[in-house]
Every structure is written in structure tokens, then in C-alpha cells.
Design a protein around this ligand. Structure first.
Ligand code: GRF
Length: 202
């Protein structure tokens, strides 16, 4: 029947840090503004705050080591992540402060279904500490970007951007904090766009 409601989008969140973006996704779902379910949260850092946050909401939360690599997700570790993603039936992967480069194994398993949030207006300032890069460069506007992940670093089709003015007396910390406020609106918005795309026939 055409009137049947689409099933909620099954999202896996991967992160290495405190998990405030993961929280914004959970909050949007709980508030009814994002028709989705966080099916699992996976982290390469055993004591990452993101795992605690997930557990507090009754979401399966697992530390999966990505050793021996330091900056990428590959080899045996990539296979372990894939196995967990399949076990929890993830349809899309939301990278939320996951400090590793995603390689072919995951990209092929989830084509155009991996999204990332970056704390700058891409394609400006890819890489690490982009709020500091923006400040050092002297731009007057920065912000955040949610994009589909491709084989590059912080590259791929953009879903949502939100701008943040850079203030005269900004410090890296203050600018990053204001960017994060916008990130927490941008991520749920981007996932709404992705859900609509995936649930639209054809
Ligand atoms: C965010 O600023 C995100 O843009 C970057 O890493 C940070 C993660 O923050 N990729 P949190 O762990 O979601 O609070």
C-alpha cells in the first residue's frame, strides 16, 4: 500500500571523542524531528565519551580497536567494524568526530551512505583543527559542513553547511564552541535529507 509509513533510517554513529554530535542526533530522534534510530555507536577509543552517551540512551555501544593503524580504518579492524555494522543492521554511517580515514572496504559496502561532519566550510580547511586553521588564515566567516564521504580526506558531495562569523577577539576554543552549536543543527538536518533520498523510490 502506498500509504505505508517508511521505516526509520537505521544509523550507526562512529566517533572517537566526546560525542556531542552523536547527542544531537539522538536528541533530534527523541524530539521526533528525525525519523531514524541509532542502531549502534562504535568507537576506536575505549574510554570515549560518545560510548557513555550512547549507553545512557540504551543504544548498543562498542569499543572496537582499529590497531595497528593510527590514522585509518583498514585491514582486520575494518572487517571488525563491518561485521558490527551488519550485525546491527546499519543502513547509513554517521561519522561524528571519528579520527580515522575511511578506506575502500567501508566505502564499497556503504556507497554514498557514509556522512561526515567537518568543522569548517569545505572545501576550505580540510584536515585537523580546522577552526584553528580558519583563525590563523584570518577568514571572517567559517562554519561547518556535513558531506557524503568519498575516497578523499574531508571531501565529497555537500549535504548541509552552516556559517559562523569569526569575531575580532576569537580564540580557537571559542570559535570551535560556536561552530559546534551549528554542527548540532546541521547533522540532524543532513540526516533528514539523506533519509528522504534513500526513502524516495527511484
Ligand atoms: C566536531 O567538531 C566535528 O566537526 C569534528 O570532530 C568534532 C567532534 O565533536 N569532525 P563531538 O565528539 O561530536 O563533540
Amino acid at each position: 500500500m502506498g500509504s505505508e509509513k517508511a521505516a526509520p533510517l537505521r544509523i550507526a554513529v562512529l566517533g572517537s571523542g566526546k560525542g556531542s554530535n552523536c547527542q544531537s542526533i539522538i536528541d533530534a530522534i527523541e524530539a521526533g524531528s528525525l525519523d531514524a534510530r541509532v542502531v549502534c555507536v562504535l568507537s576506536d577509543v575505549a574510554d570515549a565519551g560518545i560510548l557513555e552517551r550512547a549507553a545512557r540512551h540504551g543504544i548498543p555501544a562498542r569499543h572496537i580497536s582499529a590497531a595497528p593503524y593510527r590514522t585509518k580504518l583498514a585491514g582486520e579492524a575494518e572487517r571488525a567494524y563491518l561485521a558490527a555494522l551488519r550485525e546491527y543492521g546499519a543502513e547509513v554511517i554517521a561519522l561524528a568526530g571519528f579520527m580515522r580515514i575511511i578506506k575502500e572496504g567501508l566505502l564499497h559496502a556503504y556507497p554514498d551512505r557514509i556522512v561526515n561532519i567537518h568543522p569548517a566550510l569545505l572545501p576550505a580547511f580540510p584536515g585537523l583543527e580546522s577552526w584553528k586553521q580558519a583563525l590563523d588564515y584570518g577568514v571572517k566567516v567559517s562554519g561547518c559542513t556535513v558531506h557524503i564521504v568519498d575516497a578523499g580526506i574531508d571531501s565529497g558531495p555537500i549535504l548541509v553547511q552552516r556559517a559562523v562569523p569569526v569575531l575580532e577577539d576569537d580564540t580557537p576554543e571559542r570559535l570551535h564552541a560556536r561552530i559546534q552549536v551549528e554542527e548540532h543543527k546541521a547533522y540532524p538536518a543532513a540526516l533528514r535529507i539523506l533519509a528522504a533520498r534513500l526513502r524516495t523510490p527511484g
